[in-house]
Design a protein around this ligand. Structure first.
Ligand code: FAD
Length: 427
């Protein structure tokens, strides 16, 4: 069957939320008319790596360059499992070699310092010209929101909200902690990367402690009044970590006012709390390059057209992933991956002078409470009245009263999700 260009775009948009099994190489994918347009993708994470690969799969004649400083990408998804001792750093490490060898993406290992109207400027001053750019730099932590916080305290209080050396450091601190010690986790205000992440982290740390240092405690001092999948996490904690995890909501002494790394303590409205390990997770905003290039609003996030992800601040530059304002979608790896496919298809359409098709998206997020007990949230999104909105009646959370077998099955699904999305990005 002959697939028209429009049908081809629709096919990919329909698949925006899912992985495309069988589309293994650019040469195997359907061919469309050559355009040779130059696309520069900044950032090789969940958004950027997916966008670079799918641009080449959708139109192999595109000249796609991916700019990413690191040769190895460590995923934040499953980094909490490293903290819990279930995984090693090697298990969450991925390389860019197949994007080059199988798909023909040009990978430049460098840091981009600025995006200008027609070129990405690298840290060494060299320029890569583009017809369209995709920017997916993720988040940076903010140092201006919490008294006592600065880059200097991160050795003592690693946030580990980007997977890498801080993940290793936090794990070492947990291993060095005495039995009977306290881990303090301080999740930030919304919006931030991975809303359920701090609570999966508490679970994984509690798992390690329950096996190795059972007299210890995990104290969550939360800026917020409630959190993602709260009833399900609470059930899991009551079942498995009854005396080990304590969560304090903002108005009940959870709200942190300042941190004191020298004395390993944080101040709340109810007084000081000491920790043997303190995981202060700071407030966040879009990665530096987005802020330095004028792509952000006053709050530090990037406003975009929520059909094409084209920046409202700079034409022909598309921002996806955590850095973007994507309506109701959470800042997750699955969201970034889903947005990348929609954005790639929109770019191909725009280059051909066609109207992009109204997209749909999905997000599923698994959280492990124990190695064999997982919970999830799923949602479907569509563009509706000017922005991305959740589709009512689609998605939901794991059933509240599921039995042990169902929770264990979800843990198997979590691994399947991880394998499938990382393959979709890098293989
Ligand atoms: P990233 O994936 O962070 O990619 C950004 C890339 O840009 C990086 O490789 C960086 O090196 C590069 N970069 C930055 N600046 C520049 C520059 N100037 N020049 C060139 N390159 C640059 N999501 C899920 O869906 N499921 C989960 O289970 C899940 N678990 C999580 C657990 C934790 C503990 C955390 C912290 C997050 C988790 N997430 C999860 C969220 C997920 O990691 C992010 O939402 C996702 O990584 C966002 O993708 P992104 O492309 O915006 O940013």
């Amino acid at each position: 069957m002959q697939v028209t260009r429009r049908q081809f775009s629709k096919l990919f948009l329909a698949a925006g939320a899912t992985t495309l099994a069988g589309c293994n190489t650019a040469s195997q994918s359907a061919r469309v008319s050559p355009s040779s347009a130059r696309i520069v993708v900044v950032g090789g994470g969940f958004g950027g790596a997916t966008a670079a690969k799918y641009l080449k799969m959708m139109d192999n004649s595109l000249d796609v360059t991916l700019v990413e400083p690191n040769k190895t990408f460590y995923t934040c998804p499953f980094s909490n499992l490293v903290l819990g001792g279930l995984k090693q750093m090697d298990d969450i490490a991925h390389s860019y070699t197949k994007l080059e060898s199988l798909y023909g993406v040009k990978v430049v290992h460098a840091r981009a310092s600025r995006v200008e109207a027609n070129a990405v400027v690298l840290a060494d001053g060299s320029r890569i010209p583009f017809d369209r750019a995709v920017v997916s730099p993720g988040v940076d932590v903010r140092y201006d929101k919490m008294p006592g916080h600065s880059p200097d305290v991160e050795d003592k209080m690693p946030h580990a909200w980007k997977a890498g050396p801080q993940t290793v450091q936090l794990r070492k601190q947990l291993e060095a902690m005495p039995d009977g010690g306290t881990v303090v986790i301080c999740p930030p205000e919304n919006p931030f990367r991975c809303p359920p992440g701090p609570y999966e982290r508490a679970s994984m740390m509690a798992h390690y402690l329950s096996q190795n240092k059972p007299r210890s405690k995990v104290l969550i001092l939360d800026m917020k009044e409630k959190f993602s999948k709260q009833p399900l996490f609470t059930d899991g904690w009551n079942l498995h970590y009854r005396d080990l995890i304590e969560w304090r909501q903002g108005s009940a002494g959870g709200k942190v006012l300042q941190i004191d790394a020298a004395n390993m303590q944080v101040e709340t409205e109810f007084g000081w709390e000491k920790g043997d390990v303190i995981n202060f997770i700071p407030a966040q905003w879009a990665g530096k390059i987005a802020r330095d290039s004028g792509l952000t609003n006053d709050a530090g996030w990037c406003p975009v057209n929520q059909i094409t992800f084209e920046s409202e601040k700079m034409p022909k530059v598309h921002v996806i992933g955590d850095a973007s304002i994507a309506g109701a979608m959470p800042k997750s790896g699955f969201s970034a991956n889903s947005q990348a496919k929609v954005c790639a298809a929109a770019i191909v359409s725009l280059l051909r002078g066609e109207d992009p098709v109204a997209p749909s998206f999905a997000n599923t997020c698994y959280s492990l409470v124990t190695p064999n007990y997982s919970i999830s949230v799923a949602a479907v999104y569509r563009f509706n009245e000017g922005k991305i909105a959740g589709v009512s009646g689609a998605g939901g959370v794991s059933p509240k009263n599921a039995d042990a077998a169902a929770r264990a099955q979800e843990a198997v699904y979590a691994q399947g999700w991880y394998d499938s999305i990382t393959q979709d990005m890098f293989a």
